[in-house]
Design a protein around this ligand. Sequence first.
Ligand code: PEP
Ligand code: MN
Length: 344
Amino acid sequence: MIVIMKSEAGTREIDAVLQRLNEMGLSGHLSRGVERTIIGVVGQTFPELKEMLNALEYVEDVVPISKPFKLASREFQPEDTIIQVGNVRIGGPEIVVMAGPCAIESEDQLMDTARAVKAAGATILRAGAFKPSTSPYNFRGLGKEGLELLAEARKQTGLPVITEVLTPADVELVAQYADILQIGTRNMQNFVLLEEAGRTNKPVMLKRGMSATLQEWLLSAEYILARGNGQVMLCERGIRTFETYTRNTMDVAAIPAIAKLSHLPIIADPSHAAGRWSLVSPLALASIAAGADGLIIEVHPSPDHALKDGAQSLNFENFGRLLPQAESVAAAVGRRLAKPTVTI
Ligand code: PEP
Ligand code: MN
């Protein structure tokens, strides 16, 4: 349930409600809106709670949240969450473009790609150091060495970096290097990992499980939010269907649906949805039209030679062609692409 405070409630009155919740073994999460403060009550609630909270001073109303996900819901927070990453704001009027290779393969490969995507207009660099792999015989990433290369790429280009963390034990290490922690589709319901990411102060991009419903996905986000990390963005990356021509099926409807259900930013990953580079740009444009707050796109200097996900990676030229088109579609829906503001 949520506790809606009276507009004149100050810090002291809000703290009193939080303290009362703590005494009852519950926790309160604040959402300070422009007009009023809402406290989301998390924990095992009981029938008398509504009346008890209603009796507290400066409480305007106590409303049950109808959805099983609470902190992620629009009911708890009507305003969009905006996540600041360096100079980039994710979830506001501007659309962010994250781009880079699926996996970090070498210094040259990463630096060349970082420079190329920046020159084309991307504002965040993506690249995996710890790679989930369906087959144990495939490339699984450079690990810590990859993270160090990523830090170097950030230093050279000024682009913030997003990279995947695979296990709870790696969260601390990856958080030392990453500006955004990525949690992949295969780990969407790794609840221990979610909680560990929730303990950091780093923004987290939570990809949709390949067979997850929107509700399951939002409940996974809830694990991170409930640990006190409010900087969560969601990423639609395609779901499993009967179709085999594409690697996954891009659920474009999930984009406006999430925007309706939740205040969290929603990013689209057309690369993993399509599995084929020729479909990436059309899906990217469709995602912007549907209201995505950002794109994450795989780009490689030589997709034919990529150690991972080459078939779905754009080369520099094709990525360069996409961005002006993305700008036009963004303008058609009243938005614009975020511009790189750093000059390094
Ligand atoms: C990736 O981003 O390279 C990746 C492994 O994505 P997903 O978890 O969506 O498969
Ligand atoms: Mn990939």
